[in-house]
Write a protein that binds this ligand. Structure first.
Ligand code: C5P
Length: 227
């Protein structure tokens, strides 16, 4: 299991300072909407300058028509990031088109599909998708698997079940991790490290419990010692 730290701080400087503080660790860094929209390619370059071995997950959750998604995926692959994601609800055709487009590249990033955002509870999810979260997450994961996607973003609660319906090697990445029972914030389906392990999760994403801590480095150290 790998740790992926979310760089969701308000400024470029704060994100870079956090990355510098964590530069000795073998971790993934997640660059999301906030920093990518504001800082663009410069944050990616700067992170690789700090430690070329940092792995970067560009969390932009693509959702559009198939051709537009494939165009975006090709551009993302050109950025040299190690992983990015799309929404599984964009459909099999869109996911397949993305994988077909970047599949021929000499080196392509890992591609994940978001099943259900971890901020949904069952009721709010049903309002939009008309089905229970657990069932629909499995359907989305199967669609993604059939489309050639490498894995899914899901809650830790569904990871093992998704693998049993797809393949053991089908990756799961789970946000909403509160490693040692920290405050959930807006996340609804949270899990701690013990549960993530039980659920065979491949990547845990941890944001606020690290970057809001007084000593982020010691939190990361503690998490890594448990993985
Ligand atoms: O601060 P926290 O640990 O809740 O951060 C979780 C991170 O994972 C945020 O950057 C959020 O955008 C992202 N994420 C999520 N749920 C998803 C996909 C991504 O919380 N399904």
């Amino acid at each position: 299991m790998k740790l992926c730290t979310a760089l969701d701080l308000p400024t470029f400087e704060e994100n870079i300072a956090l990355a510098k503080e964590l530069k000795t660790f073998d971790i993934w860094l997640k660059v999301g909407f906030r920093s990518y929209i504001r800082d663009g390619k410069s944050i990616l370059h700067e992170l690789k300058n700090i430690n070329p071995n940092f792995k970067i997950f560009l969390d932009l959750k693509l959702y559009d028509i198939p051709n537009t998604m494939a165009d975006a995926a090709e551009e993302i692959a050109g950025l040299g990031v190690d992983m990015f994601n799309v929404h599984a609800s964009s459909g099999e055709k869109a996911m397949h088109t993305v994988m077909e487009r970047i599949g021929g590249l000499p080196k392509r990033p890992i591609v994940l599909a978001v099943t259900a955002l971890t901020s949904f509870d069952n009721e709010s999810f049903r309002k939009i998708y008309g089905e229970d979260i657990d069932n629909k997450a499995i359907t989305f994961a199967k669609d993604a698997y059939k489309s050639g996607i490498d894995g899914v973003v899901c809650s830790a609660h569904e990871s093992a079940l998704i693998k049993s319906h797809t393949a053991k090697k089908f990756l799961t990445l789970t946000p909403g991790i509160r490693p040692f029972g920290e405050a959930a914030g807006d996340q609804k389906r949270v899990a701690d490290i013990a549960m993530a392990k039980e659920e065979l999760v491949d990547f845990i994403v941890v944001g606020r419990p690290i970057y809001k801590a007084e000593n982020p480095k010691s939190v990361v150290e503690k998490i890594l010692s448990e993985l």
